[in-house]
Design a protein around this ligand. Structure first.
Ligand code: MN
Length: 248
């Protein structure tokens, strides 16, 4: 199974979860919300070849942490993965939107300098603005739009721009989410938990809940969960190809 967007260091007992994920053989992209958690995350996942860390600065935290952007840019040298980055156009974050854009574009510019990265990108209520920024930095790498919730027109534009998509149980619960997933190219789809922020009922979604995501995607694709798993693995391999990590 693949969990391509998980805040693994933010669960109550990350070390125990990392052991479970290891035992289950799940591949995890461990995204960060601030560069301050980078070294701790590195220690946590050390020795776990199926878990890779992405360096990020979450748009929700930009108002208070914009000063950390150069730290992100510096750490981006050490990893092929950058996330969680992006823009959030929620009304509560309106005041920081201009700053979010500066931070996002500075990180994209850095990714271009470094020859491109694999990006896990947040675009809640800001899909058009995110796509505008990505278009302005075409050499920033391969973009995975996580939990995409834009319009169909924005989705079509993202597809034309060669974006990938990571989707999870939270998105699969809504009719709009399922419709968007149905319109995403099957060859560019990955699964994600977005845990512990994303929840099922009162419990945070876990990497092994990707089982349910696979079976929900199977209903949309009108195929078997096994077929979905194999397709998602094939996609994952194709996305991270040439990357000297995520080895078994
Ligand atoms: Mn997230």
């Amino acid at each position: 199974m693949i969990d391509f967007h998980c805040h693994i260091d933010l669960y109550p007992d990350p070390a125990a979860l990392i052991r479970e994920v290891g035992a289950d053989g799940i591949y995890v992209l461990a995204v960060t919300t601030t560069p301050k958690s980078w070294s701790h995350l590195q220690q946590l996942i050390c020795g776990h070849k199926r878990i890779k860390a992405a360096i990020g600065l979450h748009p929700e935290l930009v108002a208070e942490r914009f000063g950390e952007v150069e730290e992100v840019c510096s750490i981006a040298k050490e990893t092929r993965y950058v996330g969680e980055i992006g823009l959030d156009g929620s009304p509560s974050l309106k005041d920081s939107f201009a700053l979010q854009k500066q931070v996002f574009e500075r990180i994209l510019e850095r990714c271009c300098e470094l020859g491109g990265r694999i990006l896990s990108v947040h675009s809640k209520r800001a899909a058009t603005e995110v796509l505008n920024s990505l278009e302005a930095f075409p050499k920033s790498g391969k973009t995975v739009l996580h939990w995409f919730s834009g319009t169909r027109t924005e989705l079509e534009r993202a597809i034309k721009m060669d974006a990938w998509f990571s989707v999870g149980p939270a998105m699969l619960r809504s009719a709009k989410g399922r419709q968007l997933i149905g319109a995403m190219p099957r060859s560019r789809l990955l699964t994600e938990s977005d845990g512990p922020f994303a929840r099922i009922g009162s419990s945070p979604i876990l990497p092994n809940n990707m089982v349910e995501a696979e079976s929900d995607i199977a209903k949309i694709w009108k195929t078997t969960p096994e077929d979905v798993r194999s397709k998602i693995h094939e996609n994952f391999r194709s996305l991270v190809t040439g990357v000297e990590d995520f080895r078994d």
